[in-house]
Design a protein around this ligand. Structure first.
Ligand code: UDP
Length: 236
């Protein structure tokens, strides 16, 4: 494979090789999917918003000392990031019961949790990304115990930083999903994206959904909501 070749195409992004073997170019797409790919649409402008918003959050986290893959934004749709091998575990942090947790545990959506919690999901489309325990991670050899501790610790730190920052913009961070990867030296780096596709953002005053639930639940005005998040982050 050569510089410029596509390395991987996911549901929301494409990855391309660059001249530097330790760096890849990410291109955000306008496609939206939900419910394990059963619901699909093209939402014009979503890719740009997710690139902008994700760039913003990765830079903020960099400033706060959270190691992540982000290098720079190079166009409205593209970033350069460190090449990592993704750990096949989705790390979800929740502050308020919503989505699958509310459903699974019979909780009213919007119930504030006593403290933030971390959940792990096995990143496997065929299995529908099942909820797993640390012991499952161990027996499946998805990550070492030490790495799992790092994932939890980093995820909770990210939660503290983003929750506090977003609250100042009148946004409640309900929950979000992170992915981590290993760089060439085996360091754990926060990777993937942090955007309205991967977080639940609720307006603090009205409770209005400003995230992908607008797509999942057919609430309309999806890209407009992503723009609203971008504007509140300072949208520059
Ligand atoms: N999430 C994600 N990708 C997934 C599953 C969940 O980004 O494959 C995010 C989702 O946007 C939400 C959080 O993780 O912010 C918790 O999602 P939940 O388990 O409630 O599932 P969902 O209702 O999103 O299917």
């Amino acid at each position: 494979m050569r510089s410029g070749d596509m390395l991987y195409e996911g549901k929301a992004k494409q990855l391309f090789l660059t001249e530097d073997p330790t760096v890849v170019r990410v291109k955000y797409k306008d496609s939206a999917t939900a419910f394990n790919n059963q619901k699909r649409a093209t939402l014009e402008g979503k890719g740009e918003m997710n690139n902008r918003i994700s760039t913003f959050f990765f830079q903020l986290l960099n400033e706060k000392g959270i190691a992540n893959h982000f290098i720079e934004e190079i166009s409205p749709l593209e970033q350069l990031v460190r090449k990592v091998t993704i750990i096949p575990v989705e790390v979800v942090v929740r502050n308020i019961a919503a989505g699958t947790m509310a459903k699974r545990l019979g909780m009213a959506e919007g119930t504030k949790l006593k403290h933030p919690i971390v959940e792990f999901y096995y990143k496997d489309d065929e299995l529908g990304d099942p909820l797993i325990t640390e012991e499952h991670i161990s027996v499946l050899d998805l990550a070492t115990n030490e790495q799992v501790s790092q994932l939890k610790e980093q995820a909770l730190k990210v939660n503290d930083i983003l929750s506090a920052f977003l609250l100042e913009q009148n946004i409640i961070l309900v929950d979000f999903k992170l992915e981590f990867g290993l760089d060439g030296d085996g360091n754990v780096l926060l990777a993937d994206e942090i955007s309205p596709d991967t977080c639940r953002f609720w307006d603090k005053e009205t409770g209005e959904r400003l995230d992908k639930d607008r797509f999942r639940r057919d609430l309309g005005q999806v890209v407009e909501a992503y723009h609203e998040i971008w504007n509140r982050l300072g949208g520059k």
